[in-house]
Design a protein around this ligand. Structure first.
Ligand code: PLP
Length: 285
């Protein structure tokens, strides 16, 4: 079955799905995106993802190209046309197509919209979670507005590649004070020796992950000790558990940081339990 993509108002076969060479996303990374989990054919936490999409667009002064309701319909149609039951739906909106000039194009230039969907190997992800993943740390050399989910991801690309080259699945960015900000495509968490669950506050230094937001609600509902504060790499080395969160990884135990085992080197009990229970707290639509 050929994949189908939504491109500027049309559902196109994969081979024909292309954007113009002067799309500002292509030339300037002038655009934003969202990734939503699809589970059992339903969208997970769509409302929160759409709220963040609206915010990202507003921060970059890109016009909303269509109503949120219409975007929701396109995401569902793309999921259905690609027969995705468990996977991801991706939406990207750029400032549109215009003659190359750094400043914004003329008012009325239509933003460009692309939506794709793909399946994830559910069983393989569960096997990865049962083993845990390795992360490496890298200096955080990104701009100061990483709270905006923009397609400008070059430092994240280089960080992820550095991780791969060291046999790790994710890279954790570290700020100038030696404190972990977040992963290249995930939020970072530890569980201290005292059982406190810790993640960095969602200021401008990280992306406010939707999985992070929902997990915080789940922690509170379960009466677990939770603190939003920065933690150092040293503290992470000595933590009882560590894990990452994102729409595609859900809650993924981290068992090695820079080659050192976390806790006893096996996936943490709390992280594994949070992974199992996460979707009870998520919104299904
Ligand atoms: N941090 C970064 C840099 C990301 O790219 C992502 C997801 O792509 C996240 C955190 C996690 O966000 P979410 O839970 O909304 O997927």
């Amino acid at each position: 079955m050929s994949r189908i993509a939504f491109v500027n108002g049309r559902y196109l076969p994969w081979r024909q799905a292309s954007v113009h060479i002067e799309d500002r996303g292509y030339q300037f990374s002038d655009g934003v995106y969202e990734v939503c989990e699809v589970r059992g054919g339903r969208l997970i936490d769509e409302r929160l993802h759409m709220a963040r999409l609206e915010r990202s667009l507003k921060e970059l002064r890109i016009a909303m190209p269509m109503s949120l309701k219409a975007i929701g319909l396109v995401m569902r149609e793309t999921v259905a046309r690609n027969r995705v039951r468990d996977g991801l739906v991706y939406i990207q909106i750029t400032r549109g197509v215009a003659r190359r000039d750094h400043a914004f194009p003329a008012a009325g230039t239509a933003p460009a919209v692309v939506v794709t969907a793909r399946g994830l190997d559910f069983a393989s992800n569960e096997r990865t979670a049962a083993e845990g993943i390795a992360v490496v740390t890298v200096p955080d050399n990104r701009w100061e507005r990483v709270d905006i989910k923009s397609v400008s991801l070059l430092p994240n690309v280089l960080a992820k590649q550095a991780a791969r080259e060291q046999g790790a699945k994710e890279a954790w960015f570290v700020d100038r004070d030696g404190r972990v900000t977040e992963g290249s495509s995930t939020n970072a968490w530890i569980v201290t020796r005292d059982g406190e669950v810790v993640t960095r506050p969602a200021d401008n230094g990280i992306l406010r992950g939707i999985t992070r937001t929902v997990l915080i609600e789940a922690l509170k509902a379960q009466g677990l000790t939770f603190k939003e504060r920065a933690f150092t790499v040293e503290e992470a080395y000595g933590a009882r558990e560590a894990f990452i969160t994102s729409a595609s990884m859900i809650v993924m135990p981290v068992t090695r940081i820079d080659g050192r085992p976390v806790g006893n080197g096996a996936p943490g009990l709390l992280a594994s339990a949070l992974r199992r229970d996460f979707h009870r707290y998520a919104e299904w639509a």
